[in-house]
Design a protein. Structure first.
Length: 200
């Protein structure tokens, strides 16, 4: 009974910690690191009384580090409704994500991306990373001419799904189980990554 209560409290705590959004700030990377360490410590304390084999504890702690340092911080801009941001290991870089993994790239999405690029210098940002299988359909990269008009340098490359296994599994669920039309012509194993860097 005590284990059940402790586990329930742990999940409530983690859910609250992972879903809390932060305003853009120069300290967002510090917050990111602190939250990652807190998640690791809390799960380590939860594991101690269970007396599990070392390889299970190690796997759980590894998973905790992965969750803590990749998904614990979401940066929220009041001006954005279709995009969300997450910090990168570089202090002046952000990862850009669609609010929904199966959200299409529309004209409004590109407008928000343009607005985000304008706001970057205000928050000491220098570059954005955008990764999605929806950037390519049936092989080639989608038309990014609209982005080329902006004061940024664009680098396009392939991104292995092994680098983002959780997103890959969710996308597979939407494509093969829910049969979402938007993903039917996308190769989930070959995702494009755009690095958008402000010109100096």
């Amino acid at each position: 009974m005590i284990l059940f209560i402790n586990t329930l409290l742990l999940f409530i705590f983690l859910h609250r910690l992972l879903t809390f959004s932060h305003a853009p700030s120069a300290k967002v990377n510090l917050i990111w690191g602190i939250k990652g360490i807190v998640i690791l410590l809390v799960i380590a304390v939860w594991l101690v009384p269970l007396h599990l084999p070392w390889y299970i504890c190690g796997s759980v702690l590894f998973f905790s580090v992965w969750i803590g340092f990749y998904y614990s911080v979401t940066v929220k801009f009041q001006e954005l409704t279709l995009l969300r941001l997450a910090p990168s290991f570089k202090s002046n870089q952000y990862h850009v994500h669609l609010k929904s993994l199966i959200q299409p790239f529309t004209r409004d999405t590109y407008r928000e991306l343009e607005l985000l690029i304008e706001l970057l210098p205000k928050y000491n940002g220098q570059s954005l990373i955008l990764t999605s299988p929806l950037l390519a359909k049936q092989g080639p990269l989608c038309n990014i001419e609209q982005l080329k008009k902006l004061p940024i340098h664009i680098e396009a490359s392939y991104h292995s799904y092994w680098c983002s296994p959780f997103e890959f599994l969710v996308l597979c669920y939407y494509k093969y189980i829910k049969r979402e039309n938007i993903l039917q012509h996308s190769d989930l194993s070959k995702q494009y990554r755009l690095l958008l860097t402000l010109r100096s």
